[in-house]
Write a protein that binds this ligand. Sequence first.
Ligand code: PLP
Ligand code: LYS
Length: 425
Amino acid sequence: MPANHLYIGGISASDLVHKYGTPLFVYDVNHIRENARSFTRTFESLGVNYQVAYASKAFSSIAMLQVAKQEGLSLDVVSQGELYTALKAHYPVDKIHMHGNNKSLEELEMAIENEIGCIVVDNFYEIERLNELLEKHQTKMKVLLRVTPGIEAHTHDYILTGQEDSKFGFDLSSGQADQALETLLNRERFEVLGVHCHIGSQIFETHGFIMAIRKIYETLDHWKNRYDYESVVINLGGGFGIRYTNEDEPLPLNEYVVKLVKTVQSECKTRQLNLPEIWIEPGRSIVGEAGTTLYTVGSIKNLPGVRKYVSVDGGMTDNIRPALYQAKYDAVVANKVNEPLVEQVSIAGKCCESGDMLIWDLEVPKIESGDVLAVRSTGAYGYSMANHYNRFTKPAVVFIEDGQDHLVVKRETYRDIVQNDLSFE
Ligand SMILES: Cc1ncc(COP(=O)(O)O)c(C=O)c1O
Ligand SMILES: N[C@@H](CCCC[NH3+])C(=O)O
């Protein structure tokens, strides 16, 4: 192996670039599997009933869902498109859970017709529509009630979801969740499995989860007394933080599981409630660090004493997170990994937007046009949030396993870009 090159899963980044071009998403599949197993093995070792549902919004493709399926994960989908992908990947339907704060009738009907495992109901409007559809199909549906426990996790405002003032779910403190439970219990078409809560994303400590569980158990206690209802499932969502740069200090994934399980166990014991199945819904922590984006360096603009802009052949179209959340990333020059870091540069995307900057103030070796830049930890919410701004095509995605590379998503073509355009001449 040439010492100066970055290797991903045993294959040189330069070889991948040569074969597939750039920008290119590359996933180390063993890394994805290890992350999934950190969750499943910890649950196994604790001897509780559980489900780990991969939040497919983080990265959905047929190949990715096949890996999730092989790892025995359940699947969280948020739309007809994500459900369609799951069906195409032959995902076991009883392991699919559907989310969404504004599920369309078509989405709900597709879920019913395909007999998916459960729907996470989010609001009163949805309960009524779902009830009508279940009547129409003369069938039942397992549901979880999504609640917002009023917890403000420490993360970016845009990825907070468990606070009272949220578009998601039923608020616990105002009694909305009680009212929703009553409505569901009074309709014979619903089998109410329990509660769901997701407090936010990219969270580095367990305190917020513990607070959320305690809040939920105050409600579950009340539901037992008032409705004689006991939750058979508690879904605590995802949100476990990962390392994007050296400033991030994520907890080992098993620590989240241990803390969640112990807290649920202790709440059940104190309140003399049955231990439910414990479900989680990680996305980022399964695929984030397993993905790297490779770019080719193009133009370089030096403003002496101000900044050196190094432009790459992608940007906010394949990674919108820096523009949307001021997210920070780390990168290396893939063909110069052992060279001393001698300059500070800022990595610009190629969209016609000043805000299309991928990384500010990155230490690099002497960087030149034609070098390959590898941005790390882009496996979550990179490809899945990719867009066509400036009519750029979406990159290809390659999986690497056992030293072999596999193209799993083709690079888009310009034909793809105009395929739905109709002439007006
Ligand atoms: C309901 C729900 N579940 C799971 C996730 C996955 O979160 P993450 O990718 O941070 O694990 C999200 C996204 O934040 C979510 O909204
Ligand atoms: N897309 C977000 C997180 C997802 C929020 C989903 N509730 C991110 O890139 O961090």
